[in-house]
Structures are given as C-alpha cells and as structure tokens.
Design a protein around this ligand. Structure first.
Ligand code: PAF
Length: 281
C-alpha cells in the first residue's frame, strides 16, 4: 500500500511494475469517494495486478460557474477507503505540479464533446481529456475504469484513447445507486435531507421512460414530455438542462427508441447539478 504525491516517483513506480510483468489498472477520481468509486477499484482489480487510484480535483474541467472551490474533499478518509477496497497505490498530485506556471498543452476531442454536457459546460471535456491523458502518461495503465454515470465522459475518453493510440483498455462500469435509486455522486452531499428525497426525481423519470418503452412507446418526444412531468411532480423547482435519447456509441440523437438507445438527462436541483442515464432496452 503506497501513497505517492510526486509525478516523477509515480512514473518510476509504474515503469517498475510493468518491468516486473504486472498489469496496471487505473481508477482516476476527484476524491470524496463513495461506494460507486470503490466499485470501480474492485472492477480494476479483476483486470490487473496493481490498482492505482488517483485523487485530483482537476481545475481545468470546472467552468467559472462550477463548484471547484466548494468541491468536497476528504483526503484522509479517501486513502482509507481505497485501501479497504483493495487498492494498492493512491496517487495524489498537487495542482501546481500537474499544471505548472506557463502550462499550455491541452487534449481536445472534437465532435462528441459538442453536445449535452459539452454544451452545458463549455471547456469541461477539454479539461477531462487533458487530465486523463496526463494520468495515462504518468501511470501507464493497461486498463482504466470509468463509471457509466458519466456516460458521455466515458465515450469521450474511449474516443481519445483510440484516436491517440494509448495502449489502454477502457472499461465502463455500471452506475451504483442509493437504495431509492439516486445515482451515487460526491455532489449528493450538498443536499439537505428534504432536498435529498426529491433528488430521486431523475432516477424516477428514467424509470418512467423505461416503463413507457416496455409498454411499446417508441416516440422519444412523447417520452421526454412524460419524463419532464415526472421530474416537476417530485421536485417542482428542478431546472432541467436536457433530456436526450441517443445512440449509445455515436451519441447521435434518435427520434425512435432502438436497441442501442440510452436516455441521459441533467438538471439543477436546489443549485446542485446532477446527471444520470439509463439504457432503454
Ligand atoms: O469523473 C471524474 O471524477 C473526473 O472527470 C475524472 C475522470 C477523474 C477526471 O478528472
């Protein structure tokens, strides 16, 4: 069990692990870990000999109106959770080491970053692909695990990995949910008890959509209207950002439900922006 803070040291250790013929699994996180992250560590363990979890609140993926400064942090608790979950190494770099003065190189995926989260959070994916690409260079993983909750992010990272020929297998792990269905997220901690109960509205809307599809409804426009009603019924003050039905791989919007269709949605609830998604068939 190791905690590494230096980029050079992490590079040396990764090279040594590879030289010993061992496979590296990477789980990049921004910390404040919950069971969803721990499930990614357990998944990585299945595909690798050494699991590296990174904890880094990446400033370049936050916009000016995002919650960078109040993003929750708990380094001590996180380290314990990682090791309890079977992680081997925690890499915790400093922001000014990752982005030193005069830093000016970014990685940008073009088309699939131009919709949904990309439209709502300009520059967000450029920050994500830049940090993930740097973490790949520092830790040299054989596999890297990302959650399906951030579905567009997972597809953007898959595209970057393939386009830039990184020899890394990307694994997308299922969303872990609270008992009532709310997708686990570090941001859930911002809610009061009463707000938290209402935050389940996104999950309920996705379930309603799935129910409509089961009944034979294929028109995504009609389903979206039903979903909006559900969200507002549970949380009248919700500000829906988007509800989208897209092809799973290409992220192209679809008008009719098909086998490979996923529904994604984002909304601001009591000032907290949440996203969720569900495959429809
Ligand atoms: O999903 C996240 O927590 C972040 O976007 C990631 C992948 C760790 C990059 O900072």
């Amino acid at each position: 069990m190791k905690i590494i803070r230096s980029i050079r040291k992490m590079q040396q250790v990764s090279r040594q692990i590879a030289a010993d013929g061992k496979k590296i699994g990477l789980v990049p996180t921004m910390g404040y870990l919950h069971y969803g992250h721990l499930s990614l560590i357990k998944k990585a363990r299945k595909f690798s000999d050494v699991v590296i979890t990174t904890i880094f609140v990446n400033p370049t993926q936050f916009g000016p109106n995002d919650d960078l400064n109040k993003y929750p942090r708990d380094e001590k608790g996180d380290i314990k959770k990682v090791f309890d979950a079977g992680g081997d190494i925690v890499f915790i770099p400093k922001a000014d080491h990752i982005y030193p003065k005069n830093y000016q190189t970014y990685v940008n995926v073009e088309k699939i970053t131009k919709t949904f989260e990309g439209t709502s959070r300009p520059g967000h994916f450029k920050g994500v692909t830049t940090i993930v690409s740097k973490l790949f260079n520092i830790t040299r993983p054989d596999v890297a695990v990302f959650g399906l909750k951030d579905y567009q992010q997972a597809m953007v990272i898959k595209t970057m990995t393939s386009d830039l020929d990184y020899p890394v297998k990307i694994i997308v792990a299922p969303t872990v949910r609270e008992k009532d269905g709310l997708a686990m997220s570090s941001r859930n901690k911002y809610f009061t008890t009463e707000q938290r109960q209402k935050a389940v509205c996104l999950y309920k809307a996705l379930k309603v959509a799935k129910g409509e599809v089961k009944k034979g409804e294929l028109d995504t426009g009609k389903i979206k209207r039903i979903m909006r009603r559900k969200i507002v019924e549970i949380c009248p003050s919700a500000k829906i950002d988007y509800i989208a039905f897209t092809d799973f791989l290409s992220l192209k919007p679809v008008n009719k439900i098909s086998k490979d269709c996923i529904c994604s949605l984002a909304a601001r609830l009591f000032g907290v922006r949440l996203i969720d998604n569900m495959k429809m068939k």
